[in-house]
Design a protein around this ligand. Sequence first.
Ligand code: HPA
Ligand code: ZN
Length: 340
Amino acid sequence: MESSDLKKIIQGIPKAELHMHLEGSLEPELMFEIAGRNDITLEYDSIELLKEAYSFNNLQEFLDIYYTGAQVLIHEQDFFDLTWAYLTKVHSQNVVHVEVFFDPQTHTDRGIGFDVVINGIHRALEKAKTELHISYKLIMSYLRHLSEEAALQTLESSIPFKHWIDGVGLDSSERSNPPSKFVNVFEASAKHGYKLVAHAGEEGPASYIWEALDLLKVVRIDHGNRCLDDDALFQRIVEQKIPLTLCPLSNVALKVIDKMEDHPVATMLDKGIIATIHSDDPAYFGGYMNENYYETAKALNLTMNQLMQLAVNAFEASWLSQEAKEKQIDKVRNYFNLIS
Ligand code: HPA
Ligand code: ZN
């Protein structure tokens, strides 16, 4: 198939994004604009020099730059602009439902109020719901390189806003920060009604996926690439229908895999895993949802059925109501019927 035809097909698929860090959608242009109005001098003299720094050998090298970039975000309007820019971009790609992460500790540790962060984000999400008809859920992520005590304090700070937050996640440096470090805060988060997810098996071993399931009791695994190392684990993931939110361009950019042709998503679909595709940190990894679908489909020669399955899986794995899920899944199936 011509690449332009494949791109057109992907553009038309109604899509759900379930693994995207808002701070990771801060495009260099917006970073410079916000830095300018907040009187912050960036380490890089130009957008071009900043972009040149976006070359990573592992997760940590990325995180160092990602946390530095996020320091330009100070006022409620900054968090609004960040979120709104992401939402208008994915709206143009026919993304109709998003479940996005934010990292409150990246900001509260710099003296920014939890309220400042969430008010800006929430206002943009509500505007997108009304004006762009994008439905959404919001996930607060704990930084795993910090202590469980710090995560518990973050949980406390979130309580006045808990009607705006649907779930909690676990991100940042995976190696040496196993899920077992966060058992108490996940248990407490569940008591407050938050749904639970965690990054596991991106750089960390399959045993971290076991821990996320058994100790943290998460309902989805973010990444989870390493589950293929462990037969008993992937059988459990299939049997219990635990979705994996995969991020192909991120995996290549952070050298979790050598090249896109090695991505495990097709194998996972074959084995019956509810695998889904997302952008993780689109401003840093070279693409939003369409680019992730396109690069994966091209490298792995995905069939129309596999593409449809990926789109269906994302709605299946989402936190939409059963009725809303079925409505969106029907739309995906109708779309593929129409073009076949
Ligand atoms: N992995 C872990 N933590 C993160 C990521 C990621 O890909 N992006 C933002 N925080
Ligand atoms: Zn992520």
